[in-house]
Design a protein around this ligand. Structure first.
Ligand SMILES: Nc1ncnc2c1ncn2[C@@H]1O[C@H](COP(=O)(O)OP(=O)(O)O)[C@@H](O)[C@H]1O
Ligand SMILES: Cc1cn([C@H]2C[C@H](O)[C@@H](COP(=O)(O)O)O2)c(=O)[nH]c1=O
Length: 210
């Protein structure tokens, strides 16, 4: 199928509802009989699923660096739409392949991901999406820092300290995992002020220190 394909990138910090939105868009496409492909990479719930904290989840193709997305998406015939979650983990070449799927095959591509890593540096996949997508939209639901300000920073917390260095990819949740040891990383969304200072909670001895 050829036609007006499009690449749309929805971005936002962890826990703002990206996977929920991805699954809602998929649902609305399916209801109208449109044929689609769901893809993800390194979902917290395990491989080959898109899962939302609201409780929705759906099987999806698990991506790897080596996978050619044009071949993967078109393998089963024509597709009307593609939903890609955790798109920050795509390689720039794979993002370009999404552009081919939109332009040459007429598919509507909906990509979802966090823009920046724990160092507040753009992920390679997200950077390429900002560069080539037809439309980029912040997810509308705000997540908040502990101080009440809007949180745009994805802080990585290790041993209750904000990490400033480490591997770019480290799959973990915003909630501590009770099954894991104390040193296990978690993420905490923060406003810029508290991302810069590394303060993760109110200071009990200085209540006004926000
Ligand atoms: N019981 C609930 N009722 C309403 N909203 C919820 C509930 N549990 C989680 N959420 C919302 O789900 C959102 C996280 O959704 P999710 O799709 O997992 O986010 P993301 O993919 O961006 O990390 C949060 O905004 C949170 O407020
Ligand atoms: C900031 C940051 C995040 N990650 C991982 C952590 C999670 O597994 C996902 C994001 O999940 P969500 O659906 O947006 O909640 O990305 C990472 O590997 N490296 C980072 O720097």
């Amino acid at each position: 199928m050829t036609g007006p394909g499009v690449v749309r990138f929805f971005y936002g910090p962890m826990d703002c509802g990206k996977s929920t939105l991805a699954l809602q868009i998929h649902e609305n496409q399916v209801r109208q009989g449109r044929r689609g492909v769901l893809m993800t990479r390194l979902d917290r719930s395990g491989p080959a699923r898109i899962s939302s904290r609201i409780g929705l989840s759906s099987p999806a193709i698990e991506l790897t660096d080596e996978l050619d997305l044009v071949a993967t998406i078109t393998a089963g015939g024509a597709v009307d739409y593609v939903v890609v979650d955790e798109a920050q983990f795509l390689t720039p070449a794979q993002v370009d392949q999404l552009g081919v799927v939109a332009d040459e095959y007429g598919a509507h591509v909906f990509a979802f991901g966090i823009a920046t890593d724990f160092r507040s540096i753009l992920f390679a996949g997200s950077a390429r999406l900002f560069e080539i997508a037809d439309q980029v939209s912040p997810v509308q639901v705000e997540v908040l820092c502990w101080c009440g300000r809007t949180a745009r920073f994805n802080g990585r917390v290790v041993d209750e300290q904000l990490a400033r260095q480490g591997p770019t990819v480290l799959v973990a949740d915003t909630e501590p995992d009770p099954a894991a040891g104390d040193g296990r990383a978690r993420y905490q969304v923060l406003c810029r002020r508290h991302y810069r200072s590394g303060q993760l909670a109110p200071n009990p001895t200085a209540p006004a220190d926000v």
